[in-house]
Design a protein around this ligand. Sequence first.
Ligand code: SF4
Length: 401
Amino acid sequence: MISIYIHIPFCIKKCAYCDFLSFPSNEDTIEKYIDCLCNEIEGSEATGEEVGTIFFGGGTPSILTVRQLNRVMDKIKERFNLNGNCEATLECNPGTVSEEKLSGFYKAGINRLSIGLQSANDNELKYLGRIHTFNQFLFTYNTARKVGFKNINIDLMSAVPGQTTDSFRDTLTSVVALNPEHLSVYSLIIEEGTRFYDIYGDSACRDSQFSDVVKLPDEDAERAMYYMTKEVLDRFGYHRYEISNYAKEGYECRHNKVYWTGGDYVSFGIGAASFYKGIRYNNISDVTEYMKIWDIEERLETEKNRPDFEWGICNKKTHVDIHELSINEKMEEYMFVGLRLVKGINITCFQKVFKKDIRDVYGKVIDRYIDMDLMKLNGEWLSLTEKGIDVSNVVLADFLL
Ligand code: SF4
């Protein structure tokens, strides 16, 4: 069974902190991109595989019309074998959907909505460069429920400019009051190439010599928000199952768990990464180049029916950084992604997958971190402790071989 990821790179406007492959565009380009996506799906080397999860990410996939989404879903159904219990998620930004659109998405087979809220405070939203208010989010959330969505994730962000521990607590409590099934809560990271990097990138600016700059929370406040997240969400029945992800019982995101457990996934659209049959590859990230390769509609009728026509030629031009993982890289990745899960990794599974005892590979580092109370071994499960999760970046780096 595999998973499918579809990248929709279009957004109404670039947020101040965003370094994702996303940009504003016009309707003609979006329509042409959908044509290309459908062609790329049609030519996939994974055609015929059973699909357990689909994820429309971005960008802002909810910018699509219902007709465009249906075209992509129909193409997936035509070329793959959808599991009866397939989880199909669509990322949705408030301010881009109406009741009619949400209802159309639901009828098209989307059964999980991931809504990007980030903050319930309108000033914070404005400073983040988001296109919506908290009220617009409430409309989106309530309408999604009304049209039938029973599985909703809300994305939140802590440590954003102007945020205090009190305003962050207000965000958490306003959101849990709505009773979503899943919450993703990430701390803001100032990434190079973003508007925020120009303002906060140089650490000197953190203490801001610019008096008119809205300040970032200091390290103590940032830590307090981090601990508060788990404490509040725990209290409201959300268990943390991954470093930044919380769910009600039975609502963990199955798609993300495929990434975190080393499963196969194929992705379509610019910049999307795939891992299929032990091979990792990325799609090119230039949208013009991508559309040149896959805009084959005009010549499709003649070319597709030619006996020597090969989709593989287009795939070859699209896929870059193709890399077959070595055994060491596979083990590193197994540890890296597995230890992000609160449950951790199963050491018997490690043995089965790699035909090696985990102690022969990682014995020293595991013992050291167990001594430091940063890791624990519970029966067959090796995981980070609460203290270890706090410094996960440092600990995980030690699993590089
Ligand atoms: S909506 Fe998401 S993808 Fe689009 S610019 Fe904002 S953060 Fe980036």
